[in-house]
Design a protein around this ligand. Structure first.
Ligand code: C2E
Ligand code: MG
Ligand code: MG
Length: 559
């Protein structure tokens, strides 16, 4: 039976009854709107959620005006007028209502004129925000809608190229925790309003959580960056006006693209990557997509998979190399630094500069680091049979210290191996010491109590002062090649290194110069009285067999 006949058969009361029954079976709100009588009836749930006089009322136009978003009312009025004048018989609009809390609610309203004589519109209202095509907090379209729009433009073929600007709030979780969810929602709304203002005719979307997007109809990444900067300025002005009650920043990723070449999913990947890069670059900035950067990022993901596979297969592909450390006085070998290597079929041997950051980011440095110190301690024990005081230097990453119980692991490895703890030395980098916390202090205390030695690696690349290092009871300073090579070429740096050595000695630390490559460098730097030398001049890092061949037989004449 057609709706038109149904309404003719049933009177208004019967119809309201039917609406109540069907209304209980759906999340939508069912309604009928007698346009001639200006009488409106809707499911009771709608009258509870929105500020309507009741679930049925006369003077419908006036009552509805109260719940429609002011910007959308004119459009709705025009549509109803056309229905009234018989210019059309179908109503199908997506627009915004405002709920009793004053929050925007995106709705889709569809109906048909169901009677011939008098004009009665019958239909349903769906909250599309709850179906994620629009966002109730900011009033913007949601991610699903971005996909829908993108694919439409793609299939229409009118626009060939475009730009996607993706904006994210930095540390939004902290903002919510510190200032509360309501402030968080206000910030989302503010950014949405700013974006709408700066984006002109382009559509804005709220993506998941704390992210927004603008889909621009032209390929102009610089324009997108300008848009982002304008939003930043507007936010700053708002914060000033509010008396700096809260603090947050935003970052942006920008992708210029061709509709023909890029599927929506790929665009999402590229824009997520771009925003991620902006955040990695220190936040509060923008990043424009580069295929080259993306490829190297994908390569690092691939390397990470290979590293994970190796960890789960007995550390296959990992190898510990050793580089000699020589006494500056006697020029005899006193120990070695253990340096990790990784090789796989696809990439050959990778440099630690490439794979150590990946191990750190993925947390794999925890099992791998443990494997390194266990392997290196065992190896050192072997070489102590030849040189009893042989010392092994092992690098430790701050991820191991913060995110694992590395101190117990180290101490139990030392005990199990039965090695003299004085002959084991752990190297830390300056950057880690700066973000120093309780876990670092605990580790340093335990190592000190147990006579395990501590070195500060790459000294001269950061900002730590000697006095501060003395408090941490660091035993050895390792001066990075970037520093020692400058000292060879430049008088000022030469004197500076000389003072550092003197001061370090005066507070009971020893000093190792790293990166000595030639006899000439060595002779010049030896005059500054370092305790140890490490560099290609005495030997490159090599595997244990070559280390034995090249170093132990040569310096100590042991067979
Ligand atoms: P590092 O601890 O400062 O190690 C010294 C680096 O300087 C080594 O690079 C070594 O090959 C290089 N080097 C030594 N002498 C010379 C020289 O005369 N000239 C030049 N140009 N370079 C020299 P490598 O092996 O590539 O290691 C790089 C960095 O990777 C290490 O710097 C260390 O920070 C990290 N790393 C290596 N193995 C491990 C490990 O097992 N765990 C952790 N956490 N980091 C490691
Ligand atoms: Mg080192
Ligand atoms: Mg170093």
């Amino acid at each position: 039976m057609e709706q038109r006949e149904l309404f003719n058969i049933a009177g208004r009361e019967e119809f309201e009854y039917i609406m109540r029954v069907f209304g209980a079976c759906t999340d939508d709100y069912l309604f009928f709107f007698d346009l001639d009588e200006n009488y409106y009836s809707i499911s009771e749930r709608a009258a509870e959620r929105f500020d309507l006089p009741s679930n049925h009322f006369y003077n419908a136009g006036e009552a509805i005006r109260k719940i429609v978003h002011p910007e959308d009312f004119e459009g709705l009025k025009r549509d109803i007028q056309e229905l009234r004048e018989g210019k059309k018989t179908q109503h199908n609009l997506e627009y915004r209502w405002v709920d009793r809390q004053g929050k925007t609610v995106w709705i889709s309203c569809r109906g048909v004129i169901a009677t011939e004589g008098s004009r009665v519109l019958i239909g349903r209202v769906t909250e599309i925000g709850s179906k994620r095509k629009a966002d109730n907090i900011t009033g913007l379209y949601a991610e699903r809608r971005l996909q829908y729009d993108y694919q439409n433009i793609q299939s229409e073929g009118i626009y060939k190229r475009g730009t996607l600007l993706r904006i994210g709030i930095d540390n939004f979780k902290e903002v919510n925790e510190r200032y509360g969810m309501d402030v968080g929602d206000d910030i989302l709304r503010l950014i949405a309003r700013c974006l709408e203002k700066v984006s002109g005719a382009n559509r804005c979307y709220r993506l998941s959580g704390d992210e927004f997007a603008v889909l621009m109809m032209e390929d102009d990444v610089q324009k997108a960056r300008k848009m982002y900067h304008k939003v930043r300025i507007m936010i700053e002005q708002d914060r000033r006006a509010e008396g700096y009650q809260n603090f947050y920043t935003i970052s942006a990723g920008v992708v210029g693209f061709s509709y023909r070449e890029l599927e929506f999913e790929q665009l999402c990947n590229f824009s997520e990557f771009s925003l991620g890069e902006a955040k990695k670059n220190g936040k509060n900035c923008s990043y424009v997509f580069s295929q080259e950067d993306y490829d190297s990022y994908m390569k690092s993901i691939d390397i990470q998979e290979k590293l994970r596979h190796a960890v789960n297969h007995g550390f296959e592909g990992f190898e510990v190399y050793y580089q000699p450390i020589v006494s500056a006085k006697t020029e005899r070998i006193v120990g070695a630094e253990a340096l990790l290597r990784f090789s796989c079929e696809e990439y050959g041997m990778l440099s630690p500069g490439v794979f150590i950051p990946i191990l750190e980011e993925s947390g794999l440095i925890i099992p791998v680091g443990e494997w390194v110190y266990q392997t290196a301690i065992q190896q050192s024990l072997q070489w102590q049979k030849l040189i009893p005081e042989f010392r092994i230097n092992i690098n430790l990453s701050f991820i191991q210290i913060r995110k694992s119980d590395v101190v117990s692991g180290i101490m139990s490895s030392i005990e199990k191996a039965g090695i003299d703890p004085c002959t084991v030395l752990f190297e830390f980098t300056e950057s880690g010491l700066i973000s120093y916390d309780d876990s670092v202090q605990e580790l340093l205390d335990v190592l000190n109590e147990n006579q395990v030695k501590i070195a500060l690696d790459d000294f001269g690349t950061g900002y730590s002062s000697l006095a501060y290092l003395q408090n941490l009871r660091v035993n050895l300073l390792k001066l990075d090649r970037s520093f020692t090579s400058k000292a060879v070429r430049n008088d000022f740096d030469y004197s500076l290194v000389g003072y550092i050595v003197e001061m370090a000695h005066s507070i009971g630390m020893t000093v190792c110069f790293e990166g000595i490559e030639t006899r000439e460098e060595l002779e010049k730097l030896l005059k500054l009285h370092p305790d140890y030398i490490q560099g290609f001049y005495y030997g490159r890092p090599v595997n244990k067999e070559n280390f034995y061949e090249q170093n132990l037989t040569k310096y100590n004449k042991v067979s």
